[in-house]
Ligand binder design. Structure first.
Ligand code: ADP
Ligand code: MG
Length: 593
């Protein structure tokens, strides 16, 4: 191999790859430029998920006709002049790479006019080279249109996700920047339809409403700036201000991607600070569930290095511990303010869950609990194998293994049913068990056909974010096949007319929102997997919750139905439904053997 210098074109394509990974990165760079230009209105128009067109128009300072070519050179910026500036960056951009990078991998048209110029200038670039230039009449500000993104980088094109995914990433990005800059009026449209807009009122609460809808917005609590603490020397401790919004512990997600952090107005990723948010919720959230947070961390620019990553999404704090502590304290303070009213640590998971199809189906209600000499009937020879085995209170691994007949003794902590079986004691998690029962009933009843649906007397309305709206639209056929009858109800809202029959007793809007949250966290590639995900969520919503006391009849009916399940030992999510304490184990524990 001979060593040679790369052609200019190839070198700039490689450099572009670092900055523009996908359509949403172009939206990010252009929006950041508009913000840096002091715009008060930013209008973003997308076609084909950004592959066909990304157009960002602003009313900022504009670029002079004498400078416009320079703006497209690599490392050309108006935001940085000396090395010292690098340590006190107050703008979102500073590397002077974005315009050069984007124009290298698309066909780009820019029209810009500075306020006191009599005319604007229009420039067209292809492959990073200027192919047209003219003076034009134009409003003050800048419009940049990026067409055919990555047309000359087929490898990059191949890695793009579906149009819907790219749209969702753009939606997420724009709503987050709108939250960070509430005084800017944002408008986003996809294929000619406005999907998100803000009033530019300056109030973050207004943007929250536009971004997440009233249902979620209502469950967000403000994180207010805490008074500065004096440092050890009596002076000001490092001035880190944290404010924003966090979710009520009752509102949770399966992933941490709803925790969004901004440092000095810049959207960043930071695992440690994300963890600080989660830790502030310590004991308030169910295991495996995460809060939502939009936090603005402001500190003197010299305290943070933003020049760590080409896309500037990672930053380094001079005092990382201080940032961690500030975030944790601020979130915790906000939680504590509202928590005592609800009783810390005992968030009841909402209204009593629906019972759905779950009804006693056998007459076991008069079995006296003191009568211990009932002969244990086993269902068949294969059930005769003991499910004991391992020395600890463990479960049989054999999936075909059914449960023995059990007799209900009572309920503990309004969460577990105690039952006696042929070989010792069983503790049954009522929620997990009911989830399993409903899941198998749902699948059996469905058998590939339309699932039973229950019309609502009064249709319910659910308000979603633009990206969630997209998800629902995408999954409408699947949702319909599972019994949801949903219609669009204005932008980012749906009217629910019917729900799967087992959800009859549940809150329909809450159930749909939970399904959407799951899909948002992961939409599996296969339709069948997506379907399973939705069914599991529906069953989880319909299942009785921990904290609900059950009558003996209800417990007995539940045990009977669990016995009838194909896979009774785990809930559809894989958690155990019961723990078996075998007679042998009990004897060992009591020192009887
Ligand atoms: P950077 O933002 O890092 O400076 P860019 O390549 O994104 O680099 O932009 C280069 C320069 O072009 C900016 O420094 C700025 O002077 C000018 N510019 C880019 N976009 C705009 C805009 N929307 N309005 C005014 N000036 C802009
Ligand atoms: Mg820039």
């Amino acid at each position: 191999m001979t060593i040679h210098v790369l052609s200019d074109q190839l070198a700039s394509q490689i450099a572009a790859g670092e900055v523009v990974e996908r359509p949403s990165s172009v939206v990010k760079e252009l929006t950041e430029n508009a913000i840096d230009a002091g715009a008060t209105t930013i209008t973003i128009d997308i076609r084909g998920g950004g592959r066909e067109l990304i157009q960002v128009a602003d009313n900022g300072v504009g670029i002079g006709a004498d400078e416009i070519e320079t703006a497209f050179l690599r490392h050309a910026t108006s935001k940085l002049s000396s090395a010292d500036d690098l340590w006190a960056i107050r703008t979102l951009g500073f590397r002077g790479e974005a315009l050069a990078a984007i124009s290298a991998v698309s066909r780009l048209t820019i029209v810009s006019r500075v306020r006191d110029a009599s005319a604007g200038v229009r420039l067209v670039l292809e492959d990073g080279k200027i192919v047209a230039r003219e003076m034009v009449g134009a409003p003050a500000g800048t419009v940049i249109a990026v067409e055919n993104l990555f047309y000359n980088v087929p490898a990059r094109l191949k890695f793009l996700k579906s149009v819907t995914t790219e749209k969702r990433l753009i939606d997420e990005f724009v709503t987050r920047y709108a939250l960070a800059y509430p005084a800017i009026r944002f408008r986003l449209s996809h294929d000619g339809r406005v999907t998100f807009q803000t009033a530019g009122s300056g109030a973050t609460a207004d943007v929250l409403l536009a971004a997440y809808g009233p249902d979620t917005a209502r469950q967000l609590m403000e994180v207010a700036t805490l008074p500065r603490e004096p440092g050890p020397s009596g002076g000001d401790r490092r001035a880190i201000d944290v404010h924003g919004f966090v979710s009520d512990p009752a509102l949770t997600w399966a992933g941490r991607n709803h925790i969004q952090l901004f440092v000095n107005g810049r959207m960043i990723r930071d695992t440690r600070l994300t963890f600080a948010v989660i830790q502030a919720y310590h004991t308030l959230l169910p295991v495996g569930r995460f809060p939502m947070a939009i936090l603005f961390i402001d500190l003197p620019p010299e305290e943070v290095d933003v020049n760590v990553h080409p896309t500037k999404v990672e930053v380094r704090f001079r005092d990382e511990g201080a940032a961690f502590g500030a975030v944790q304290r601020a979130v915790r303070a906000s939680l504590m303010e509202t928590a005592p009213a609800r009783g810390l640590g005992s968030w009841s998971p909402g209204p009593s869950g629906g019972w759905g199809a779950f009804r006693p189906s056998g007459d076991y209600s008069d079995t006296p609990s003191a009568q211990l000499d009932i002969p244990w009937q086993l269902r068949g020879p294969e059930q005769e194998r003991s499910i004991e085995g391992a020395p600890s209170a463990s479960l049989s691994e054999a999936p075909e293994h059914r449960l023995p007949i059990m007799r209900v003794i009572g309920q503990v902590g309004a969460a577990y049913i105690i039952a006696e079986g042929p070989d010792g004691l069983y503790l049954i998690d009522q929620h997990a068990a009911h989830e399993r029962i409903l899941y198998e009933q749902f699948l059996a009843q469905r058998q590939g056909q339309q699932a039973a649906s229950q019309g609502l007397v009064a249709s319910a309305t659910v308000y979603l974010s633009p990206s969630q709206t997209r998800l629902v639209e995408e999954q409408l056929p699947l949702l319909a096949s599972l019994g949801f009858e949903i219609e669009s109800f204005g932008p980012n809202a749906f009217s629910i007319r019917a729900v799967p029959a087992i959800l009859t007793r549940s809150d329909p809007a809450g159930a749909l929102a939970a399904v959407v949250a799951d899909l948002e966290n992961e939409t599996p590639p296969l339709k069948s997997e997506t379907e399973a995900l939705v069914i599991k969520r529906v069953c989880k919503t319909a299942a009785v919750k921990a904290g609900q006391s059950l009558t003996r009849e209800e417990m007995e009916a539940m045990i009977l139905q669990l016995e009838a399940c194909e896979v009774p030992h785990t809930c559809p999510h894989g958690r155990p439904t019961l723990i078996h304490l075998s007679a042998a184990l009990l004897a060992r524990q009591f020192g009887r053997t």
